[in-house]
Ligand binder design. Sequence first.
Ligand SMILES: NC(=O)c1ccc[n+]([C@@H]2O[C@H](COP(=O)([O-])OP(=O)(O)OC[C@H]3O[C@@H](n4cnc5c(N)ncnc54)[C@H](O)[C@@H]3O)[C@@H](O)[C@H]2O)c1
Length: 382
Amino acid sequence: MAAPAIPQIRLGLIGTGLAVEKLHWPALRQLADRYVVTAFTDRSAEQSKRFAEYSGTGPARATADRAALLARDDVDAVLISVPIPHLYEVARDSLVAGKDVLCEKPTGVDAEQAADFLALAAAHPDRTFVVGENFFYRDDLRYARALLDDGAIGRPHLMAWRHAGQMVPREGRFTGTPWRQRPQYRGGVHLDAGVHHIAQIRLLCGDVARVHGAVQAANRTMDAPSDLTLNLVFTGGAIGNYTAVYSEIPVPPEPDDMRLYGTEGVLVLDGSGAERRVTCSSSDATTRTTVFRGIDNGYRAELVDFADAVQFGVRPVGSVAQSVANAMVVQRALDSAERAAALALDPVPGAGPVPLWRPRGSTGLFDGLPGQRISSSASFAA
Ligand SMILES: NC(=O)c1ccc[n+]([C@@H]2O[C@H](COP(=O)([O-])OP(=O)(O)OC[C@H]3O[C@@H](n4cnc5c(N)ncnc54)[C@H](O)[C@@H]3O)[C@@H](O)[C@H]2O)c1
């Protein structure tokens, strides 16, 4: 006799803006065995209507506000995708209402609110509470982490990454949202997008022990620093540099690659959403490149991990503590820039090294996951 199917998680969406439309809904619709959207709400009636239409969820499942959504018995868990300044209050109300919570990143507007997020998690130990960080679930990054864990480049000693591009408001894009242009959160884009990059750095290089940051404001379209450069010392002994520039003017295309230099090899991560590459070179100048296509930057796996936590009690990788640890690197970097001094980072309680996510019950990295991986070898010897 077939095992009885586990009932789907009855999910309520609070906020149905761009992140839901472009990132979460495409993943949710592939996970109909795990989730059913039973209710949704958005402050904007237009946004609600739009979601009801494109998702096929229908207007009957719209609720007037979040209190009405949280009062419903047919909502087990909520996905919170509201602007950064509202994340904390919505997460708090949802937990108080007894819901499991998958809240978008980051953990609030500043270091104090990051601490409030930790306290909120501690006050609700009986609930699954995740602050999303899809980079922890990206196939190329998990593959790179597995190579590092296997010693593919020996001891990593230096990390170098520069992320540069134009960022100006564009209608219909994330940059077009007014709350991002006049950010009411410390660090602006370096908190909003920067936490993803820090997540990548922490996943691959380990925790940051010390940071020396500097910032510049050179983009008149954003009310925040456009440039951030960090010198980093990792707890494992490696050092590194991360620079992000969100330029007002177009910049010539550049690789946007992260390089990890080890005692026995070099790991290079490059590419963008449609095609991501991980290249591992050895001391004999041979390289092995794996190309990842058709991956979704981790949104689907993040939802799977949350569902596994709710339904099977699995400890989720994207814990609140891990997201706080990401945010605190940014906040400490901003402190460092203000004080013109290198600063130590305190360990975040409950965080520690980022665990490597694998599909539940699997020893492989990609079992049951969509996407294409193609490997090839070459040499750069003279
Ligand atoms: N993980 C990622 O890659 C990623 C990418 C983009 C955005 N995000 C996060 O998702 C969140 C939303 O970003 P977005 O780009 O979708 O913004 P958005 O402005 O497009 O959407 C936010 C929606 O929330 C609604 N809203 C505002 N306050 C509300 C409230 N109190 N209750 C209900 N609805 C409310 C707005 O009307 C809007 O439709 C942010 O926290 C952001 O950091 C994450």
